[in-house]
Ligand binder design. Sequence first.
Ligand code: GDP
Length: 358
Amino acid sequence: MSSINPSFKKSGKSVSESPIDPVRIASQILKGDKASLSRAITFAESRKKEHQEIANKILEACVANRKPEKSHSLPSRRIGITGYPGAGKSTLLEALGLLLVHKGASVAVLTVDPTGLRTDGSILGDKTRMNELSKHPSAFIRPSPSSKSLGGVTTSTYTSIQLCEAAGYEWVFVETVGVGQSEAMVSLMSDIVCLLLIPGAGDDLQGMKRGLMDMVNVLVINKSDGPNIEQAKQTAQHYQQALGWEVLNKSSVTHPHSVIHRVSATSGEGLSDLLDWLSQWWESGLQSGAIHRKRDVTIDRLMTIEASLLLKQWMDSVIDVNSPDWKQAKRNLLEGNQVLPTALKPVVESLLSKSKNS
Ligand code: GDP
């Protein structure tokens, strides 16, 4: 396979980077090298065509060279975690992740911020996130920078999930900030969506209700500890009445319905029940075909988003504001003779015919 050898400018001088060898990066990833996986994700996050090609070659090489026992294993569990900043998402992920790695599983956590609420990869830049988990050899944690383009975040995160799966991670958690837009985004990429809330938060239920019913599978009321316990119970009841969902208890762990669950990410209370529920829900979804059906539907949506992004990228590269068509359309608009879509019709037609000939 050919190597790609880009040059870049550093301190005003043009220097050559050592060649990027996607096959080598893939083999490092398959050996468990987290820095190589992180590097592959950086290529996936770039909208540059050459970087996307590198990400694709790395993915192909990972899949081609994966050990046979990994190729035949179950697809990885894709779990979405969303909620307002401060709800305890990273604390919960650290605790759930540690439970999983101590059971021998491998865990990847991708944190994305479509809302821009987070700065420099950590919540308000205040602390190192998932410190203990990130040091474990079976865990990989990757914060993604926020992006102005929601579609861009979504599709590059999907590639990151694919890379984590190719690297052999069995559980892939996708964490997003916020309530509303984030559920829709995380739902496109996950088999199961958990919405994390805190005791007492219920005022915005009406606005959230539709999104919740459609996209969220488990409402997790976190911080159910110390003086918050009573309020957490009331909050759970409040959502139970409003949504008609069951509150999770030991006997309902095996029920693949949407549930409400109280946990404390700091004390660990309720976490192993939550993990059992997630495992059971996922496995029964796999057997019934529900997981595959969901992935099948969401991939159409993701492909549509990516196709629009690629077409927009192409369009931006071919629009020529000095072309005669463009100038004529502009004159018609400035003189008030035509409405925008009509004025632009010849421009669009000429772009489309160019695309056929290219
Ligand atoms: P995120 O912004 O949703 O990722 O929230 P963090 O995980 O950063 O947690 C925000 C704050 O809530 C931190 O100070 C945590 O220590 C605290 N916290 C998280 N989970 C719990 C919990 O279960 N109980 C209590 N009492 N505090 C928690």
